[in-house]
Design a protein around this ligand. Structure first.
Ligand code: PHE
Length: 448
């Protein structure tokens, strides 16, 4: 059960924004968004993505915020508070489960990022042929002990932060790291715009090419929307349980979504001009950040510093997101089993380490680690982004629209603001009808 009496929350509104943006802004923005957008028609994808944000992202973020702040409890207990329905009261478990699986591969990618940051600092990313960067990455990701060691390192670092609690751990670290992230991001974007190929890169990102749009594009846009906003798995529910009563939920939701989207777009603005100015194939997929970029950095003026800043940016973004993932499960174990935060988060960190060992080994060292024709690593990613998060988003929107009393939905919506009743009605309508129907259509459509 929740122990709302001795729960500590975020201390200020700035803390709320920085921590919540911290969970949203992650590998999803800097690593995933640019290549997904690039493969799906650039500007056309952006347009569909904006629709997803308004019709799915905003209402579901609001629903998670509402349940979390109202319940003042971890994701599992929060969804039990307002209903006895056997399915609807259990949707928090889905979130804890999804969180564990995402951590299983997220920590692996973060481990690689740590290695690239280190290599950038010691100068190991310069002076190689383009092929050598490919080999370097496959040797790292296909290694046995080293990538596992890196993964263990980053997981334990995250554990150290989370064990310190909400205020001295999450909030304090977010307050230091997030402003750093914004400064690096803006600096890199300005630099990238001065490169020769900038115009072409920007065209690739923003010019709407509807020929590349397929039904899969809609699923990709929806998956990206959920993943990037940390949506559909109780992460925002857990964070909102640390919000004070005076936090203006609609305003916070709009701010978080806007900043998250801006960071994704600016990441594209950093990456594509550089890619075009050095004549590299832009649709490189997930390898873009580890294979293509180091090759570009070494050709740039000041490329070594740029490389250090870029991997620092990626690492910070990933760390604050991994923190939130660990927090979801920690809050549950801590409050349910009455174990201390330190012990609860350590137990989960150890489970994550075990899962990530399998994920890491499946990237090359032990290719037999496959299930349904996908490596464990890919399976963790696919299963969560394409299946669990949309199902989570669907159930949460149904929960917010149909299960939760409208009075609660309204009270939490209207706290500390004077937004009109019409605005609330529109939001409730989208949450009730539009969001679940859209998710279902895209979800089912993609399997047909
Ligand atoms: N939103 C994070 C990102 O963009 C990933 C994440 C998903 C974090 C779900 C927490 C929960 O990288």
């Amino acid at each position: 059960m929740s122990n709302s009496d001795n729960r500590s929350g975020f201390t200020s509104k700035l803390g709320v924004i920085l921590a919540t943006v911290g969970t949203a802004v992650g590998l999803g923005n800097i690593w995933r968004f640019p290549f997904v957008a690039g493969e799906n028609g650039g500007g056309a994808f952006l347009l569909i993505y904006f629709f997803c944000l308004i019709l799915l992202g905003l209402p579901v973020v609001m629903a998670e915020f509402t349940v979390g702040r109202r319940a003042q409890a971890n994701a599992v207990d929060a969804y039990k508070k307002f209903t006895k329905n056997p399915i609807m009261s259990r949707i928090g478990y889905l979130g804890v489960f999804a969180g564990l699986i995402i951590m299983g591969y997220y920590s692996v990618v973060m481990g690689w990022t740590l290695e690239y940051l280190y290599q950038a600092i010691v100068g190991g990313l310069t002076g190689h042929s383009p092929e050598a960067y490919g080999t370097m990455f496959s040797e790292l990701s296909g290694g046995i002990y080293y990538p596992i060691l890196l993964t263990i390192g980053v997981t334990l670092l995250t554990w150290l932060i989370i064990s310190r609690g909400v205020q001295t751990g999450i909030e304090k670290v977010s307050r230091v790291l997030m402003p750093m992230l914004f400064i690096i991001l803006i600096g890199l974007a300005i630099y990238s715009m001065t490169l020769d190929g900038a115009a072409e890169g920007l065209k690739f990102l923003f010019y709407p090419d509807f020929n590349d749009v397929t039904p899969q594009t809609f699923l990709d846009a929806m998956g990206q929307c959920f993943f990037s906003l940390s949506l559909g798995m109780g992460c925002l529910t857990t964070y909102a349980s640390y919000f004070k009563k005076d936090v203006n939920l609609p305003k916070t939701a709009v701010q978080v979504i806007s900043i998250d989207t801006l960071v994704a777009i600016v990441s594209g603005v950093i990456i594509f001009p550089a890619v075009f100015s050095f004549g590299v194939e832009p649709s490189q997929g997930p390898g873009l950040v580890y294979v293509v970029l180091p090759n570009i950095f070494q050709k740039m003026i000041g490329g070594r510093i740029i490389g250090i800043l870029f991997y620092a940016l990626l690492f910070i973004a990933a760390l604050t997101s991994l923190m939130s993932l660990l927090e979801v499960v920690t809050a549950y174990v801590h409050e349910k089993f009455k174990l201390s935060r330190t012990v609860s988060s350590l137990i989960i960190a150890l489970i994550v380490i075990i899962m990530s060992i399998f994920a890491s080994l499946s990237c090359g060292a032990v290719p037999e680690l496959q299930l349904f024709g996908k490596s464990i690593f890919d399976l963790f990613d696919y299963f969560t982004a394409v299946i669990l998060l949309p199902i989570g988003g669907l159930t949460i929107s149904i929960y917010g629209g149909w299960v939760l009393e409208e009075k609660i939905l309204y009270t939490e919506f209207a706290r500390n603001n004077k937004y009109s009743l019409a605005l609330f009605k529109a939001y409730a309508f989208i949450l009730k009808y539009i969001a679940p129907i859209c998710i279902l259509i895209v979800f089912i459509g993609s399997f047909i």
